[in-house]
Ligand binder design. Structure first.
Ligand code: GLA
Length: 444
């Protein structure tokens, strides 16, 4: 069989990436970086398009992620450059007036993710003195990522989370008390939760993307070797052992090469359909339409209730009733799948083979729901799922917001060479990433 190494995207060696970045920083800004911070991308076993409905998600951090080298400034400015060829347009300078929601430009420039978190950290600092950013604080930043940009693996959240750690380290009392790597041990779980929430504010209020918190939570709070079972009702997390899935099996993220954009209309449109359905049912958050331990029958009851309430209507808040019903069905069945996975991974009662095939079936059912009900899939993703299943994968699904991005595949190692060869035949743009559940954001 011919070699397929070219399709694998390696996470790289962190120390090497850091030392390259630091010397590039010196060249770019003519001074030394004060430090380097990293935040991972994520994969998600289940729980797409339900974080903003208070559902449960099951993400894990990748070894791939975004590195930020930075040094502080005292004029309130941000100067930013990325080394990613697809985004690099030289150094962007933002003055203090250009940082924050009021200053958010209409363009979708990546720098808003960074300036957004500086604004959000300042906001957090108004209630938590340790996080209070010095009023004159600014920074020079250089960014490099080992994630495919727009690949549905949360490159944006990785950028936000690495940047907020840099700002925390360089511009706040917390950073002064805990220099460089001391930051890692000093950050409590509550600190990480608060910082993730600040990154969500940046993305919602400054960038204008309707993110629900899944990505930032994974990047800031993931644990190595674990799936993070995230209950979006209160953002509590339970780290669950993934060993039972990975013993004898591999999780692979297949980047389809079709980049997605979350800040554009389609993602928000899907969300709005489901929220209209929730309002018709009388719920602020859809998770509350189901009991604590939901089953399929509970989904049917809610759908029947929806049909009864919608019977006399021609549209729902001007939206198609049939479309709203499909979004509702996706959200509810996705919630049931998440709860099932949570219980499966929490228990020790099953054999490895049984777990892999059950998890695989849940993945594939999730994909069908993304395709037919959420309607966020696209041709290449469907083809990747079909191909993976035909090559003997236990299961496969589109992850992330959709309309581009990546497919997660659960497969036995023996089947991987056939899979990579088959994927190469679909498209040259496809890249594979090994999903090795890794650590959350940290200082290097
Ligand atoms: C994007 C959003 C997340 C989540 C996913 C879909 O990644 O940022 O909050 O809604 O889409 O699950």
């Amino acid at each position: 069989m011919r070699t397929t190494d070219a399709v694998w995207l390696a996470p790289g060696e962190p120390q090497e990436i850091q030392s390259d970045l630091v010397s590039r920083f010196q060249q770019e800004y003519g001074r030394a970086a004060s430090g380097t911070w990293f935040a991972p991308g994520r994969a998600n076993l289940n729980g797409e398009h339900i974080d903003f409905h208070a559902g449960r998600c099951l993400p894990m951090a990748l070894a791939h992620g975004t590195y930020v080298a930075a040094a502080p400034r005292t004029d309130g400015q941000l100067r930013l450059r990325t080394l990613d060829a697809s985004l690099d347009d030289g150094v962007t300078t933002l003055t203090p007036e250009q940082i924050g929601p009021d200053a958010a430009a209409d363009d979708a420039h990546w720098s808003h993710y960074v300036s957004g978190v500086l604004w959000a950290l300042r906001e957090l600092g108004t209630t938590q003195p340790a996080f209070a950013v010095d009023p004159d604080f600014g920074a020079d930043l250089l960014v490099v990522s080992t994630l495919p940009i727009g690949g549905g693996l949360s490159s944006s959240a990785a950028l936000e989370c690495a940047s907020i750690l840099a700002f925390l380290a360089l511009g706040t009392p917390f950073g002064q008390d805990n220099p460089l790597q001391d930051l890692n041990a000093a950050l409590t779980r509550q600190n990480r939760k608060d910082l993730a929430a600040a990154c969500v504010r940046a993305e919602v209020e400054v960038v204008g993307a309707g993110t629900g918190g899944l990505d930032q939570t994974a990047a800031m709070r993931a644990r190595p070797g674990k799936v993070l079972s995230l209950d979006c009702r209160d953002f509590s997390v339970a780290p669950l052992d993934i060993g039972c899935i990975q013993r004898g099996y591999r999780l692979i993220a297949v980047d389809t090469g079709e980049a997605h954009r979350l800040a554009d209309g389609q993602f928000g449109d899907r969300r709005a359909d489901a929220e209209a359905a929730a309002r018709l049912l009388g719920f602020d958050r859809l998770r509350d339409a189901l009991p604590e331990h939901p089953r399929k029958a509970d989904v049917s009851h809610v759908l029947e209730e929806f049909d009864r309430l919608a019977e006399q209507l021609e549209t729902l808040e001007g939206r198609s009733i049939a479309a709203c019903r499909r979004r509702l069905r996706h959200a509810l069945t996705e919630m049931v799948r998440s709860e099932k996975l949570h219980h499966l991974l929490s228990g020790e009662a099953y054999g490895v083979r049984h777990i892999a095939s059950t998890v695989g079936d849940i993945l594939t059912a999730g994909h069908m729901s993304m395709r037919d009900d959420a309607e966020v899939s696209f041709d290449v993703a469907d083809l990747v799922v079909e191909t993976a299943l035909a090559q003997g994968a236990e299961g496969a699904r589109l992850i992330g917001g959709g309309f581009g991005g990546s497919v997660l595949v659960l497969i036995s190692p023996a089947a991987i060479p056939k899979l990579t060869a088959a994927l190469e035949r679909i498209s040259r743009g496809i890249r594979l990433l090994d999903v090795a559940p890794s650590a959350a954001a940290h200082a290097l």
